[in-house]
Design a protein around this ligand. Sequence first.
Ligand SMILES: Nc1nc2c(c(=O)[nH]1)N[C@@H](CN(C=O)c1ccc(C(=O)N[C@@H](CCC(=O)O)C(=O)O)cc1)CN2
Length: 303
Amino acid sequence: MTTWRSTGQGATGVELADTDRSLVLTLACPDQPGIVLEVARFLADHGYSILESQQFRDARTSRFFMRVQFEPVQEGAPDVQALRQAFAGVGGRLLMTWQLTRAADRARVLIMVSREGHCLNDLLYRSSIRDLHIEVAGVVSNHPDLAVLADNYEVPFHHVPVTPETRSVAERRVLELVDELDIDLVVLARYMQILSDEMCRKLDGRAINIHHSMLPSFKGARPYHQAYERGVKLVGATAHYVTADLDEGPIIEQEVARIDHSMSAAQVTALGRHNECLALARAVGLHAEHRVLLDGARTIVFR
Ligand SMILES: Nc1nc2c(c(=O)[nH]1)N[C@@H](CN(C=O)c1ccc(C(=O)N[C@@H](CCC(=O)O)C(=O)O)cc1)CN2
């Protein structure tokens, strides 16, 4: 269970102050003996000390995954580009897919909403107190209702209406904003429009949706009503990466709450809003700290 802190610490307590000099390396490759040794030796040889390291071998696919956070022993800012060039030799030899980033760099986020504002409100607040290592660069909505929320946090609000006839034009506008604002992550915070296959391809691995059910149960629209009619005893929320297959993307985080026969659909929905905010905020925070690695249809989460 992640404990939220407002002291600028990340999901698991590693300091994430903007003055943080540490770097994060994430990698995936075919498994073989000695990968951790190779990475550790590379970092030691280049004058870096490891702060945190996690790894996992997926026995199903014989693929190896690793997240290591480290900082330079010597004073001064690390030369990230030089380190990337040096690591390319190790990465190439071990057939790695890898990423090397500055831990202090906040993920630039574009939040997409429709009419439900609870997740937007939660993310804006958590970002404002630096509970999430993100910078909300803008809000996009197909309705004007939530502009006041973005205005309260001085975040630019972009009203991009969507109809069946204008869907492609609307998506082109969103992609323009992704480029113009140098967005790292798009968050669908109860955005109630289905993204086209092309949009999903362009945002592959960098768009997170909150679905208000425990997927794979109750996909599609009105999941609370589906669950209520089914008489479930637990309702949930699922944060997942967006793919062309609606609500089928790799799951990042889930949250549940108990309900019973005496509760109305409105009471269930109100309880569900808490789940949605928790699951989405955790997923965004984990992604922003490069703690989520894609493993086919699944994710590996290094909390
Ligand atoms: N390509 C994808 N697009 C979206 C996903 C996804 O996983 N892949 N998640 C949805 C969110 N969502 C459930 O979480 C969802 C949103 C909207 C609908 C839907 O039927 N929308 C209708 C229009 C409804 C309206 O106008 O109010 C539609 O788009 O025709 C189902 C599920 C976000 N997008």
